[in-house]
Design a protein around this ligand. Structure first.
Ligand code: ASP
Length: 414
C-alpha cells in the first residue's frame, strides 16, 4: 500500500509556514489576482476535506454506537454533551456582551448605513427543527450532508446492528474498516493542508487590506478579546481541572483543526481533522464520533461570543441603550442563533439578524459588519471547532474513559 510521503517537518509546522507565507504574499498581490490564481488552491483544500466528512461520520458513528452495549450509556453521553454545549454557548454570549460593553466597539463610529440592504432571517419553528432531525430518506440526508439527520440514522443503525449479535459482526467489521479507511483518507488529504492554508490566507489578506479593517478595528478587537478570554477563563481551567491533561498537550492536539477553521472559516471543513484530534487527545471513538459532528452542527461557542459582541456594537451604532431585559434576550436568542448557524463561512452574520430583530435593532447594520466579517469569522470559527473537541474530551473524562482507547494513526494492514 502506498505510504504518504513522510517529511522532515511536522504538518502543524508546515501549516504555520503556509499561514505566514500566505499573509506575506497576500500583502503584495491584488485581490483579483489572488482570487483568480491563488484562491482556487484553497477551494480545492476545502472540497477535499469536506469530501471525507459524510462517510467518516457515518462509519465511525455506526461502529461507535454498535460498540455500546449499554443503551443507558448513550443516553448519559448525549445528555452530558448537550448540557455542556448549552452552558458553554450561554457563557460565550455573556462573555461577548460584557467585553463589548467594556470596549464600546460601536461608539464614535459614524458610518452611514444609507443604501445598505440586509436580509432578514426568521427563526425556524422549534417543532419543525426537531422533526427534521429524522430523515425521510437517509440517502437524501447523505447526499445533502445533513449532519443531524446522518447522526440520528447512524445511531439507530448502530443500535440495531448491536442487537443482531453474532450475525451482525460482518457488518460491524465492515463499518469499522470503512471508518479506518476514512481516517486514513483524512490523513492523506491533510498533507495538502499547508498549500490550502497558504492560498486561503493570501486571498483573505489581499482582499481585506488595512484600509477596510481600520474603521471597524474596535469591533475586531472586542471579538478577539472576548474570545481569547473565553479560552483563558473557561477552556483552560476545564482542560486543567476536568479533562486533566497538560495545557500544552491540549493546544498542540487541537492545532490542526484550529488552523483549518481559522483559515477556511468553516467548521464543517474542520470536522474531520477535529475528530482525529479529539481521538488523539484521548476521547473514545463512540464519544468523539457523537460529540464532534453534533457539536459541529449545534455547538458554536465562537459564534455565540460574536452574537453578544455584535448586538452591543449594533445598539451603539444606533445610539440605543440595551436594558438588562434586552441583554437577557440577547443571551437567549444568541444561543438559539448560534445553534442554528451552519458551519459555513458567513453563516453567523446572517443569523445575527435573529438577535437584532428580537431587540428591535435595524438590520441594515449587518451590511456594515459584513465589510470585516471574514476576519470576525476566522476568530469565531476556530473557537466553534475547539469547543466541540473540548466537549468530547470532557465527556470522555466524565465517563472515566479518557485515553482508554489509544488512537491508531495508521489503519491496520491486513
Ligand atoms: N463560519 C462559522 C463556522 O463555520 C459559522 C459562522 O459564520 O458563525 O463555524
Amino acid at each position: 500500500m502506498a505510504k504518504t510521503k513522510s517529511s522532515m517537518m511536522g504538518l502543524p509546522m508546515q501549516m504555520l509556514i503556509g499561514l505566514a507565507l500566505g499573509i506575506v504574499v497576500g500583502m503584495f498581490v491584488d485581490s483579483s489576482f489572488a482570487n483568480t490564481y491563488i484562491k482556487p488552491f484553497g477551494d480545492l483544500f476545502i472540497r477535499l476535506i469536506r469530501m471525507v466528512v459524510v462517510p467518516l461520520v457515518f462509519a465511525t458513528l455506526v461502529a461507535g454506537a454498535a460498540g455500546i452495549s449499554d443503551v443507558g450509556k448513550l443516553g448519559r453521553v448525549a445528555i452530558k454533551t448537550l448540557v455542556i454545549f448549552l452552558l458553554t454557548s450561554a457563557v460565550s454570549v455573556i462573555f461577548g456582551l460584557v467585553i463589548a460593553k467594556m470596549i464600546d466597539p460601536g461608539i464614535g463610529i459614524t458610518l452611514s448605513t444609507e443604501g445598505l440592504k440586509a436580509a432578514q432571517v426568521n427563526a425556524p419553528s422549534f417543532v419543525k427543527t426537531l422533526l427534521e432531525i429524522v430523515p425521510i430518506n437517509p440517502m437524501e440526508a447523505f447526499a445533502k450532508g445533513s449532519i443531524l439527520q446522518i447522526i440520528f440514522f447512524a445511531i439507530l443503525f448502530g443500535f440495531c446492528l448491536n442487537y443482531m449479535g453474532e450475525k451482525g459482526k460482518p457488518v460491524y467489521h465492515f463499518f469499522d474498516i470503512v471508518g479506518n479507511i476514512m481516517i486514513r483518507m483524512t490523513l492523506v488529504v491533510m498533507n495538502y493542508a499547508p498549500i490550502g492554508v497558504f492560498a486561503l490566507m493570501a486571498a483573505v489578506v489581499a482582499q481585506h487590506g488595512l484600509a477596510v479593517l481600520l474603521p471597524l478595528m474596535k469591533l475586531i478587537i472586542a471579538s478577539f478579546i472576548a474570545t481569547a478570554l473565553l479560552v483563558i477563563v473557561i477552556y483552560i481551567p476545564l482542560v486543567m481541572f476536568v479533562i486533566r491533561i497538560p495545557v500544552s498537550t491540549y493546544f498542540k492536539g487541537i492545532f490542526e483543526p484550529w488552523l483549518i477553521a481559522f483559515t477556511t472559516c468553516s467548521s464543517a471543513a474542520a470536522m474531520a481533522a477535529n475528530l482525529l484530534a479529539s481521538r488523539r487527545l484521548g476521547a473514545t471513538n463512540s464519544i468523539a464520533s457523537f460529540a464532534v459532528p453534533l457539536g459541529n452542527t449545534i455547538n458554536m461557542n465562537g459564534t455565540a461570543v460574536y452574537m453578544g459582541v455584535t448586538a452591543v456594537f449594533a445598539a451603539q451604532i444606533y445610539g440605543i441603550d440595551l436594558s438588562i431585559g434586552d441583554q437577557v434576550i440577547v443571551v437567549l436568542t444568541g444561543v438559539l442563533a448560534a445553534v442554528g448557524t451552519a458551519g459555513v463561512p458567513g453563516a453567523g452574520l446572517i443569523m445575527s439578524t435573529l438577535v437584532f430583530t428580537q431587540i428591535g435593532l435595524p438590520l441594515e447594520v449587518i451590511a456594515l459588519i459584513a465589510g470585516v466579517d471574514r476576519i470576525l469569522d476566522m476568530i469565531r470559527t476556530s473557537i466553534n471547532v475547539v469547543g466541540d473537541s473540548t466537549t468530547a474530551l470532557i465527556v470522555s473524562r466524565m465517563e472515566g474513559e479518557l485515553g482508554s482507547e489509544p488512537f491508531e494513526e495508521e489503519a491496520p494492514k491486513a
